[in-house]
Design a protein around this ligand. Sequence first.
Ligand code: FDA
Length: 330
Amino acid sequence: MNQLQLTELDKQLAEALKSIARRQDIKAYLEQNEQMNRLVRRAAAQYVTGEQRHEAMIAAARLEQLGYAVSLEYIGENTTSEKECELAAQELSDLIAELGASRRSGRVSFDLSHIGLLLDTELALAYLLQLAAQAKPLGIELFISMEESAKTDRILQVYEQAVALHLNIGITLQAHLHRTWEDVTAKLPAQARVRIVKGAYQEDEEICLPRSQALNERYLELLTHVVTQGHQVSIATHDEALIEVILQKGLLDRPGVEFEMLYGIEPELSARLQAAGHPVRIYLTYGQEWYLYLCHRIAEYPPNLYRAVIHMIQEEPIDAIASYGELPAR
Ligand code: FDA
């Protein structure tokens, strides 16, 4: 896909979608209205493998056959009851067990607010420690996603405590936040596994940079720092111009450095990078809580709204994997 210049209208649409993503009344309406739900679910299929774990496992197996590494996320955040936290942690544990049984190493990603961060940081920490202990002997790594800035301190606090015991836990850092440089230089242990993203959440401009050349420069600066410090790094962006600079600077030539891209976004770019011999990981999601995820994916690239409308009325089921490459003929 060509990188388009976003118009003022696109930017306004993006802001509106980020607000819609937070509207519980719209979400509840979609959940209750079966027809509407089915339509929007079709649009979500471009970015979410399905509502059930086995759908994610099938997609993961197909991508691995094509030579990609994978990450899996059971979507969910801001869980506010202990029971829901327990169910989410159980699902993550079942996912780890299934990945282990299929002898797939892989990576499991999640939001700490899905497993208790909003109720009690100790609860989130306890689940994280259990999951990390289960995943370690199976060769599976866990990756903590980064949420809104109001939670950054708590997320880093839980991460620091957990990674001191289990090194198979990675952390996502958002280049758009002004605080991230300090977090990177002050809070990462020597062997930390890091994912660098630009940042998906709407934040006040006092604390973050908007999408801009300045943000890309900061992204590069952070990336260069973590790569030269010898960390294992996932370069999590679909920005082709930025990727070009990263390649020119030789940042991919270091061991343990890879590209990581969201399922269904710029698959041709992933395929080209992989064909050129670069390690590429695809980040797959599944679960019933796909609504917020879909809004984010459209908001960060408003032309996706056209694609969403087309998918809603298209009869053929969407097969996002088809664009990642073809299996070699036997
Ligand atoms: P940017 O938004 O500047 O877009 C650059 C170009 O990339 C666009 O012009 C377009 O060509 C392409 N592009 C970007 N998004 C697209 C889309 N949705 N559809 C089609 N094309 C698109 N964020 C966060 O806050 N916390 C987290 O934990 C994570 N985790 C995470 C994991 C992984 C593996 C990835 C790849 C991303 C995240 N993110 C995230 C999301 C991240 O912060 C960011 O919002 C998106 O990656 C989009 O930003 P880009 O860096 O791609 O560039």
